[in-house]
Design a protein around this ligand. Structure first.
Ligand SMILES: [Fe+2]
Ligand SMILES: [Fe+2]
Length: 247
């Protein structure tokens, strides 16, 4: 029995949305097939796979049905976290999605799931992505302060959702946690954030995030040990479509 994670599948069986430039890199060629094969080799029906957001380019649930069916057809138990591109998933209507896809998929929002003696907690997260102003040598000299104020509000709402997830698990007696975010836990300066602080406050052993894809983004946030937790980037192209084994 194992726990795996991966994010940013960006499936588009129905949506003909033009993908951003980096999605035309070789790593994205037939990525659905590469990922399906890797899952078939690695994951059994006793395993759990957490999909860490940006599942589909579809904008409505109707435009995502084939993408979600692809996920349903993967082996193991599947838990989904919301990504910034998951327009089909209104956080407030998560229960409806769960009712519709039960028992094939679990949409995790304002709640927790379990794996062995771990509580799996998570939310989309948020981090300030700029714009940053650089000097001629590429050093950061400042950033858009209005955008920063807006980002703080979004992060605060996500932190409330994450806290709810932790608190529900704690109230049910869980003391071991694995934390999932779609966005990286820090900005590109890799500064301590509300998300790294919350991971520490509850003692999450591992923090898994995605969103950073395209090679130039892979090192936007923390990799490995940081203030007593272990952080892993699990975006699909970074992992070359091989799910990351967490434990
Ligand atoms: Fe993405
Ligand atoms: Fe994303």
């Amino acid at each position: 029995m194992s726990l795996y994670a991966i994010g940013d599948l960006h499936l588009h069986y129905q949506s003909l949305l033009k993908a951003p430039g980096h999605l035309h890199d070789r790593v994205w060629k037939n990525h659905e097939e590469k990922f399906r094969k890797n899952c078939g080799k690695l994951i059994t029906d006793e395993d759990t796979l957490v999909l860490v957001g940006d599942h589909s380019w579809g904008k409505t649930l109707a435009e995502c049905e084939q993408d979600l069916q692809y996920i349903c057809d993967l082996p193991g138990r599947k838990i989904l976290i919301r990504g910034n591109h998951d327009m089909f998933w209104d956080a407030k209507k998560t229960q409806q999605l769960n009712d519709l896809y039960k028992p094939r998929l679990t949409f995790l929002q304002d709640s927790y799931e379990t794996y062995q003696d771990f509580a799996l907690v998570g939310t989309k997260g948020f981090c300030f992505e700029g714009p940053f102003y650089l000097d001629r040598r590429g050093r950061i000299m400042g950033w858009d302060e209005d955008a920063e104020v807006h980002a703080k509000k979004l992060a605060e709402r996500e932190l409330q959702r994450l806290r709810k997830s932790f608190e529900l698990a704690r109230a049910d007696g869980y003391r071991k946690y694995i934390m999932f975010l779609h966005y990286p836990p820090t900005n590109i300066l890799e500064e301590r954030s509300g998300f790294t602080d919350m991971a520490e406050e509850y003692g999450a052993e591992q923090v898994i995030y995605a969103h950073c894809h395209g090679e130039s983004r892979f090192h936007d946030s923390i990799h490995g040990e940081y203030r007593g937790r272990t952080y892993h980037l699990a975006s699909g192209d970074y992992l070359r479509w091989k799910p990351l084994r967490i434990c």
